[in-house]
Structures are given as structure tokens and as C-alpha cells.
Unconditional design. Structure first.
Length: 190
């Protein structure tokens, strides 16, 4: 085994990213305190070719130095919109045909590992504040809630970690064999 060179990674330019067909998934960030967490979600959204990010409440906006530090340019490639509050974002998402889910521990939540969204189904997932999570008023407006199973003593994850876990689980079932082959073309260069 050997590490891949930067050339072998076949990274898209910002223009190529913008022209690429996106995964019909939107991450919604509700009142995220840490701009570093926001930047991290931008990187994840770029990695999985998400449709975009909706930013609500007092969550920091791209341009913030801490977002730039962790996003590493993903804030330039990933489309984003800002909404005053989550209710406005949810209303817009539902008008666009998205099913909206809060990522939260609630009674009768759906377990992440049991989900199977169709490949073209439009899905939006809301990630909440690092301390208080997704607001109850927001949860009430959602089509459902998704919970990440946790087995240890702590029953919470950092929002950037939670976003990575949830978004990968949603996206991985949508990846085609052709996309995987393109991603793994480097194996011929070993």
C-alpha cells in the first residue's frame, strides 16, 4: 500500500463541483455556536456533493475566519442560504419537495441505521446547537427525527461529528457502482 498523491485524488475544481450533479440532501444548521463546526460541515457537504447548506439563526456565515480555517475552500464550492430561523428554512424546504428531519434524541425517533431513503428522494437534516440541540419548536415542524445510536457513557456527539455520521449514512446508500469505480480508479496505479 502507498498513499495517493494529490494528482491521483482526482479532485474537482470549484467550477467542476458547481457543474456536478448534486446529492439531493441539504444540511440545516440551527444556532451553531462554533464557526469551526460550521466550516467542518461545509467540508463534509463538499465531500458528499450535497445540494447545499441552509444556515439559520445566529450560526456564523461564510466569510468568518474560523469557517475558512476548517472549510478549506468548501465554503466557495457548496451552495448555502441563510434564514432568520429554522421555521423559515423548513417552509422553503417543504415547498421545494424536501422531507425534513431533525437529528435529535426524542421519543419514537427513527434509528439512523434503519433508514433507507430512495436515491432521488429529497432529504433535509437539521443539526442543532452544541448544548441544547434542535429546538422543540423546530422538531414539531419536521417530518420526523433521526437518532444516531450511541453505546457509551456519553450520549451526545459534536455537531461536526454527528453531521459526518448522518450525512455519510444517507449518501452511502445512494452511491452507484460507477461512482465507486471512479473513486477507486487509482487502484490500477499501484
Amino acid at each position: 500500500m502507498r498513499k495517493l498523491s494529490m494528482d491521483e485524488l482526482n479532485r474537482k475544481s470549484v467550477d467542476e463541483f458547481r457543474r456536478s450533479e448534486k446529492t439531493p440532501v441539504i444540511a440545516v444548521l440551527e444556532n451553531i455556536r462554533s464557526a469551526y463546526n460550521v466550516g467542518s460541515v461545509f467540508r463534509t457537504a463538499d465531500a458528499f456533493l450535497l445540494q447545499g447548506i441552509y444556515i439559520t439563526g445566529y450560526t456564523a456565515l461564510p466569510g468568518h475566519k474560523e469557517i475558512k480555517k476548517t472549510a478549506l475552500g468548501a465554503e466557495e464550492s457548496v451552495d448555502w442560504k441563510h434564514f432568520e430561523n429554522s421555521a423559515a428554512a423548513i417552509e422553503a424546504l417543504k415547498k421545494e419537495g424536501y422531507k425534513v428531519f431533525a437529528i435529535e434524541q426524542v421519543v419514537d425517533s427513527l434509528q439512523l441505521q434503519n433508514l433507507d431513503f430512495g436515491t432521488m428522494e429529497k432529504v433535509a437534516v437539521i443539526f442543532g446547537n452544541e448544548v441544547s440541540g434542535v429546538e422543540q419548536d423546530t422538531i414539531t415542524l419536521c417530518d420526523g427525527t433521526i437518532e444516531i445510536p450511541q453505546l457509551g457513557m456519553k450520549h451526545s456527539l459534536n455537531i461536526a461529528t454527528a453531521a459526518g455520521v448522518v450525512l455519510w449514512e444517507i449518501v452511502r446508500k445512494r452511491i452507484t457502482k460507477d461512482e465507486l469505480r471512479i473513486t477507486n480508479d487509482f487502484s490500477a496505479n499501484k
